[in-house]
Design a binder for this molecule. Structure first.
Ligand code: ZN
Length: 97
């Protein structure tokens, strides 16, 4: 086998192993959240884009409600059916011209 071909095959194998490890990491993370839901800090650290119970990104948001400096939005996970509220606090104002 030519050296070039061998290197090419090694590179393909490396890519394959990388993909498997990436999938494995994803499933480990999901398993962790099923056993113990994420904390608010963990949930917010990834921008509230994944279900804190099962890790799915299939989330549906209801209408946002606002009371003074706090707003909240009911969220439902399409995958596991859990419900929670995303809580927002005021960050700034900007002038409108
Ligand atoms: Zn879920």
């Amino acid at each position: 086998m030519a050296k070039q071909e061998a290197l090419h095959r090694l590179e393909e194998m490396r890519q394959c192993v990388e993909n498997v490890l990436s999938d494995l990491d994803y499933h480990i993370q999901r398993t962790k959240t099923i056993i113990q839901p994420e904390t608010s800090e963990e949930y917010c650290a990834h921008g509230g884009t994944r279900c804190p119970y099962c890790g799915s990104d299939a989330l549906e948001g209801g209408s946002v409600q606002i009371d003074a400096a706090t707003a909240w939005q009911p969220i439902t996970c399409v995958e596991c059916g859990k419900k929670w509220n995303d809580i927002y606090t005021i960050a700034a104002y900007e002038p409108v011209t």
